[in-house]
Every structure is written in C-alpha cells, then in structure tokens.
Ligand binder design. Structure first.
Ligand SMILES: *[C@@H]1O[C@H](CO)[C@@H](O)[C@H](O)[C@H]1NC(C)=O
Ligand SMILES: *[C@@H]1O[C@H](CO)[C@@H](O)[C@H](O)[C@H]1NC(C)=O
Length: 871
C-alpha cells in the first residue's frame, strides 16, 4: 500500500536551559573505588585529581591481587595496578550508598586482567545491577581495558553491583566509579542507558578527556577515520546546556574529506530489538565570513532526525531525540549539507547508548534494613548474604525464604538462623520482618527473655527457640496463639526458661496500652468522621484517591448499596444488563452497575468479571471497588469515569473535539491496558469485547478498558489458541475467529484496530446505509482513491502531524489484516502508537523550543550589553 511510507522523526534541540547550572568542579557525590588495594591506601590520582579509596568497606569477600609487572606500563593509570578477585561464591556484591536527593547516576566498572593470577587465561563473567544482569564482561587479552558504563536510576538509596561467576573463570574487577547526574539529562522513554560509543571525533592528539575537563567524568575517547578531515579551534567552546561536554572535546571536529558532502557512520546491532539513543554534539569551530553558511540535515536510517540545523560559533548544540532510534540490521547516521549550505557538515562529538530494562523487583526496603541490621548485629557469616536478600530468586540468601509474585515486592517470609553461633539477646530488628511466618533461632546462645514483640508478627506460625540460653517465662500471648493453633512453638532445651503456660508472664503493660489504643481508635474515628462530613458538605470529592478505593476492593451488602447510591437516586446509564447509578464510597464517586435479574449478562459473566477484576490491576483497566452478591441483587461497583465512553467523544456532536494528541493518548492507554491483559497477566487474558464503548475516560481523560464479562483466561499451556463459543460485538469481531472458532490474542488486536480507525476517522463502525459499509472498507476505499488527509476526522482541520496520522492508519490497517498472523502484537502496537504520539508532541515541542531559543538570545545580548557598558 502506498501509505506505508517512512515516517519522519523530529529531534528535540536541547537549547540552553535558562538557568545554566553552575557546577563547581568538585567531586561531590563521586564514589571512586580502586578495587583490591588495602584498606587505608587511598590516594589522589595524579592525572585526574580524583580521590580513590580502597574497596574494603564496600565488600566483604574476595581477595586483593597485583597485576604482573610486565603489564605495568608507564602510561597505565594507577587504578589498574590492583584487582579484587572472587575465587569463592557464585555472586559477590559491592554495596554503594548514595547521597540523599541524588537520583540518577553514571555507574562505571572497569577491568584489566594483567595476568594477576599468573594463569594467563582471561575469564568472562556477568555484572549484575540490583537483581538483573547488567552486562557480560568479555576480555580479549591481558592488557586491554574493558569499561562498562550505564546511566541508571537505582530503585533504592544504594546501588548493588555484583560479579557473577558463569563458569568461565574467576571474576575480578579493577575500578568501580559512581557519578551523580542531573535527572534532566539523558532521559529515556523507559529503561537505563548502556554506553555503546562515546567518541571525541577529530582529535589529533589521541588523548582521552575526562574529569576535570568533564564535570560528570565521562571518558571521551578519540576516534578518527580516513573518510574524515579533522578541523579544530584553539578557542574555548562554551556550553549552555546541561550536557556540558568538555571544551577540549568540542574544539576538535570533523568534516567530510574532499569530494564528499556528507558524514556517515554506522553500526550493526547484535539484536534487532535493541533501541538506541543518540546524542550528537556540534559547535562551529571556524569563524565564518558573512557570506558563508554551514547548515545540515541529519538522518537516522534514512529518516529525518533534524532539518536545516546550523551551529553557532564556539557554542555547543546537543542534538538528541526523546524517543529511541528503532534498529535496523545496520543503523546508519548521515549528516548532509543542505542545498543552501556553502560549507560541509560538521560533527564534534557523539554518544550512542542502548536502552536496557531492569525489571526485577527488589526486596521490600523495610525487610532489607531489618535483615542487614540482623546480619551486622550478630555478625552472620554466610558467603551468599550479599546483594539483595530475595532477588534474583536464584541467589536467595541461605536461610531465608521470600514471597514472590509479579506485582508486589518480595518479602522475607522465613528466617533460619539455626546453629549460627550467635549470642546476645533476640534483636527487635526481627519484629520489623512483618511478613515473617517461620522463625528458627535454634541451637545458638541467645540469652535474655523471650521478647513480647514476637507477638506483633501477624503471620508468624512457627517459632523455634530450642537449644538456647533464654531466661524467664514466655509471653502469655504466644501460648494463646499456640492454643488456638495459630502458632507452633518450640522452646525446650533452654535451662533457665520456664517451658509452661502456667508460668507465662502477663505483661502488665498490655492492658493500659490496649486501653490507650482503644481510645486512640475512637478519637481517630471521630476525627475521620468529622473530616469526611466536612468534606462532603463542601462537596469536594477526591477523585484521584483511587488507591484508597482499591484497597477496599470488597463485598458489599445490598443495604450498603442502597446507602452508597442514596437509594438509587441518580441514574447515569442503562443497558441490556441493567442500570448504572452514581454513588459514593468514602467520599469517592463510584458507578454502581446493578444487574437486572432478567439480564442477558448472566450470573456467570458477573462472577467472571468480579474474579478477574479482583485479581487484575492496571492503570488502564477500570478498577472494581467492590461488588454485591445477595440473592437476586447483584451489582458491580466501579470507580467513576467522569467522561464516559470513548465513542461518545468521537461520534457525538460535542463542541469539544478531541485533539489528535488527545486521541493518540487514549489509543496508547487503551492499548496498554490490553497489552497488560495479554502479556502482564499469567496466564494471559483475552478481553473479547474491545470496542469504543468499552473504553472509558476519567476526569483527566485517562482511558481505561472496561467490561470484562466475556473475557477469558487463557489456560491452555503450550497452545496458542482456545476454542470457545463466539462472543463479541458485530463490526469489531475478528473474521478469522468467526470462521475458525479459534480464539487467539490477535482477535483482540483486530477489534482494537477497528477502534483505532474510529479514533482516526470519527466514523461509525458500520454505516447506517443500505450497504452497511464497514469502517475498514471505507478507509481502504478512501486510501485507494484519495489521500490520507481525507481519512482523518475533518473536524481536526489539519491540526496534526501528517506523519503521525499516516503511521496510525498504518498500524490500524495492520491490526485488521484478514490473517491473524499478519497482525502486530499489542506490545508492538503500544510501541508504535507511542511513536506516533511522540512525533505529534515533537511538533509542539519544537515550536516551544524555538520560542525558548529566541528568549535566550535576547537575554544573552542583554548580558553582552551589560558587560560591555558596566566596566
Ligand atoms: C535557502 O535560502 C533562501 C534565501 O535565503 C531561502 O529563501 C530558502 O528558503 C532557503 N532554502 C532552504 C531549503 O532553506
Ligand atoms: C533450619 O536449618 C537447619 C539446618 O540447616 C535445619 O535442620 C532446620 O530444619 C531448619 N529449620 C526449619 C524450620 O526449616
């Protein structure tokens, strides 16, 4: 089809932020570790002035080694003279605490083998960051330095970097460096950034630049090719944006060699799914005469990255895109001169990063803090007590057990410190492991009483204290729990402990405390009621308070429902299933869908929806607040979606027409909801009734998928489809499914494609004429006959980026391919729609950036006047 044209990417130009951050060239927040040197032998590096410390305080395992003298060349940086190696254990971890308020970091690990172990055989191993593999370290030889660098936002106030033995030799490390970074630099749509290339092109000296030339301590490597001609300036190149590349790097540049009009470089991704972020640094290094201009167009994989960019004399321009470059077999960056340009294109430096996700959840922070305290207090020496306690699961700490599911952070559910030679009292830190079920402290030398705080562990069901030196009696509450079969308690072989319920100590404190707790409760209830009353009177409802709604996801009685709806006062919708009423639960507006007993949506569908929504939570799926199931009174209580369904906004004769950007946002969100059902749920769920009336919009026009009455959990293992009776809505129904009766995720994709066509065209799915023309037929007809501009809702009056629309039509048409094999997955659709949205938003953004640039120029000319007159 002709419309399958390449789309054009717009880049965002990062023009100087108005507030240019004045960074003192301090090492504040830097952590510079020379691995393997002895504890107090830190030093200041002669070349960089960086203060390196020993790694002894950051890690408990491993041994320090010297590299062999034949590798100690005079130019070798001091940090590489020693390494720490890890002959023991599968995983060894460094824990680096970060300073409060710091969010984003460069993390750099460096390796040089230098035959430190005399074996002459380079190992390979993995680096783990948090709970996920960061990268694998592959060395070619004993002397090359391998550097791994990542821009990462840690999930905790510390960074855990582990070396994993993969069975190919002993892991080791030479240097570990952490540099804080402004959160507004190097932003991605998602994921962290692995450094792929950082080149100082045009350099003639072969010198590497880093701190102090680079305030972030990036390492800029010189790179040249014979296709390029180096040019340079002796003058400082200024930077007015947060990326702040060093002047030394910017002073050298390349232009094409004689006979060529363009600069080009390329690389072949080892995986076609890799996504790259590109940062190009350009600055004019020649003071151009009036009649000369240097202007260029930049293309990535043949697509427009930026048009007609020219650069200022001795000022850095950083060009990058907020969206990743989609990889092809070979990624090609081309910088051409424009027609009007009298000079060849220029490039001073570049960085390429690859996006990488770190999806694994880390252990709950409170559990981590508690277990770390227990570890240090009792001096627990277990070789694998390193890194995160629960994650990844294969490196679960010995003696722990954790709960794992896809949605919640792992929690410690059992702790076994049996026979660990521990003495001292039972630490209150144990009471902070609030999810613990099994606690085994047997066969140690624990002294002191059996503490009351063990009673506060709500899930504790097995407590083993045998073989210690505990004293006194046991809290009565523990005996009671045992009597009620809530706890298995083992306390024998403690000579000074009374092992009977009869001598249990009644804690005198409990009663006053209980009283205090009760009165506090009453007080709080009164306050809460008053507060609620006041807020209701003011008519303020906290619609964003869905979290509290979610927590109360529960069963209501019919009389509750009567109260919630104020005796079914306000009807907000009607359908074949029954009526929808407005209601209030804890001051939050809700929609109460009451099933009429004669409803076609039978009890089974009602049950299916309750079960599914109780289990599945996602920001783009409607939230079930509760349900009522009392004889013939069946009702579902949802969060209230103030803006109703999508169809109403597309077809109705509303004054307010949804903008193209607004439509794309809704499309992306609905797609995300569906994507979650397909890929985020295990087993996957098929919605089976995707249509514009089942996409609801809240007060902020956030889209949520609704109506899961006919959804199916896909249980067949290994297979790719299920056979079911056909359900769905005419016009949205996948023809392949209709014919074959085989349901796959692609049936939802088909229906979504139809919705997407509605979003683009604002036309009915089936036209109300004698032909009953389907929207897809109409669109195909229009595309064949006229162009894309006739397909989009004419009321938008051209206020959109045509490429974005074109791409969206392309996606929709792919979704409704007759053969399900040719339809994209929801994951691909989400990515592609995000792309469309980014293009549309870039259109507006570029406009804003240009305005910003003008205001900066005004300010800098003002400043110039000031400084020339103010002498
Ligand atoms: C080239 O320069 C001319 C004269 O300044 C201008 O009118 C024209 O728009 C420019 N062309 C492009 C492609 O920028
Ligand atoms: C705790 O560990 C010891 C030794 O490994 C073992 O014998 C004991 O059964 C464990 N306790 C529990 C509750 O599993």
């Amino acid at each position: 089809m002709e419309i399958l044209k390449k789309l054009i990417i717009c880049a965002f130009i990062c023009i100087a932020a108005l507030r240019v951050l004045v960074h003192a060239q301090s090492q504040s927040g830097f952590i510079s570790i020379d691995c393997g040197i002895s504890e107090n032998s830190g030093y200041t590096d002669k070349v960089t002035g960086l203060n390196y410390t020993s790694d002894a305080t950051f890690i408990e395992t491993g041994v320090g080694n010297n590299i062999l003298s034949e590798y100690k060349s005079t130019t070798l940086e001091q940090q590489f003279l020693n390494v720490r190696s890890f002959p023991e254990g599968k995983k060894n971890c460094y824990t680096l605490k970060t300073a409060p308020g710091e969010i984003k970091f460069f993390i750099r690990a460096r390796f040089m083998y230098g035959n430190y172990d005399g074996k002459g055989k380079v190992p390979s191993f993995n680096l783990i960051l948090g709970a996920d593999v960061w990268d694998s370290v592959e060395l070619e030889d004993a002397s090359p330095i391998v550097t791994k660098e990542i821009i990462h936002i840690p999930k905790r106030n510390y960074v855990c970097i582990c070396l994993e033995n993969t069975g190919s030799g002993t892991p080791f490390i030479s240097v570990l460096e952490l540099r804080p970074l402004s959160n507004s630099t190097y932003q991605t749509q998602s994921g962290s950034l692995l450094l792929y290339r950082r080149w100082d092109v045009g350099s003639t000296t072969n010198q590497t630049f880093r701190y102090k030339d680079d305030i972030y301590d990036r390492i800029w490597t010189p790179y040249n090719s014979q296709n390029w001609t180096p040019i340079s300036s002796p003058f400082t190149v200024h930077t007015r944006n947060i990326f702040q590349p060093p002047s030394e790097v910017m002073q050298t540049a390349i232009i094409p060699e004689n006979g060529s009009d363009s600069l080009q470089f390329s690389w072949e991704p080892s995986d076609p799914d890799y996504q790259y972020y590109l940062y190009l640094y350009i600055a004019e290094v020649q003071n151009l005469p009036e009649n000369q201009i240097r202007e260029m167009n930049i293309f990535t994989n043949g697509m427009n990255f930026i048009d007609a960019i020219s650069c200022e004399y001795l000022y850095t321009n950083t060009l990058y895109s907020a969206i990743p470059l989609l990889s092809e077999e070979k990624n090609v960056i081309t910088i051409n001169k424009t027609m009007n340009s009298t000079l060849l294109p220029i490039l001073n430096a570049l960085e390429i990063y690859r996006a990488q996700e770190f999806p694994q959840l880390l252990t709950d922070q409170q559990d981590v803090d508690a277990i770390m305290n227990i570890k240090s207090k009792y001096g627990v020496k277990r070789s694998n007590w390193q890194g995160d306690p629960c994650a990844p699961q294969k490196y679960l700490w010995q003696g722990l057990n954790c709960s794992y599911d896809d949605r919640n952070l792992p929690r410690i559910i059992s702790l076994n410190l049996s026979s660990s030679g521990i003495d001292g009292k039972i630490s209150p830190d144990i009471s902070k492991l609030t999810s613990i079920q099994i606690l085994d402290l047997s066969n140690n030398n624990f002294t002191g009483p059996v503490p009351d705080f063990l009673l506060q562990l709500p899930y504790l069901k097995e407590l083993i204290l045998t073989g210690n030196k505990l004293e006194g009696s046991i809290p009565a509450g523990l005996w009671e729990k045992q009597k009620d079969n809530l706890l298995s308690l083992s306390v024998h072989e403690n000579p000074d402990l009374c092992p009977k319920a009869s001598c249990a100590k009644k804690n005198k404190l409990i009663i006053p405390l209980l009283e205090a707790a009760v009165s506090l409760c009453i007080l709080l209830t009164v306050i809460a009621t008053l507060w609620g009353f006041k807020r209701r009177k003011q008519g303020k409802t906290d619609l964003n308070n869905n979290r509290s709604l979610e927590l109360k996801n529960r069963r209501f009685s019919y009389s509750d429902v009567v109260k919630i709806t104020n005796n079914f006062e306000t009807v907000i919708g009607k359908g074949g299933f029954g009526t929808v009423y407005l209601g209030y639960v804890d001051d939050n507006q809700v929609a109460v869908k009451m099933l009429s007993p004669s409803s076609a949506q039978g009890y089974k569908q009602f049950q299916a929806e309750v079960e599914l929504l109780m289990r599945v939570h996602h920001k783009n799926l409607t939230t079930l607040v509760g349900y009522c199931d009392e004889g013939i009174n069946m009702g579902l209580i949802y969060e209230f979606m103030a803006n109703g369904n999508l169809e109403k906004h597309l077809l109705g004769d509303n004054e307010d027409i949804l903008s193209w950007e607004g439509r794309l946002k809704i499309a992306v969100e609905a797609a995300q909801g569906l994507e979650y059902l397909h890929n985020g749920c295990k087993p996957p769920i098929f919605h089976r009734d995707v249509k514009s009336t089942n996409i609801l919009l809240n007060e902020n026009f956030q889209a949520k998928l609704a109506d899961f009455g006919v959804s199916r959990v896909f249980l067949a293992e290994g297979g790719t489809h299920v056979s079911t009776t056909i359900v769905g809505t005419p016009g949205y129904l996948d023809p392949e499914y209709y014919i074959s009766n085989r349901l796959t995720e692609k049936s939802d994709v088909y229906s979504f494609g139809v919705v997407l066509l509605e979003i683009i065209t604002s036309k009915s799915v089936v036209e109300n004429n004698s032909d009953r023309t389907h929207i897809s037929q109409w669109v195909s007809f229009m595309l064949a006959k006229a162009d894309i501009k006739n397909v989009i809702d004419p009321r938008l009056q051209g206020d959109f980026n045509l490429n974005s629309v074109q791409k969206a039509v392309e996606i929709a048409m792919a979704c409704i391919s007759p053969s399900s094999a040719n339809r994209p997955t929801m994951n691909q659709i989400v990515n592609q729609l995000n792309y469309c949205l980014a293009i549309e938003m870039a259109r507006k953004k570029v406009r804003n950036e240009i305005e910003l640039k003008e205001s900066i120029e005004m300010i800098s000319s003002d400043l110039h006047e000031l400084s020339s007159t103010g002498r």
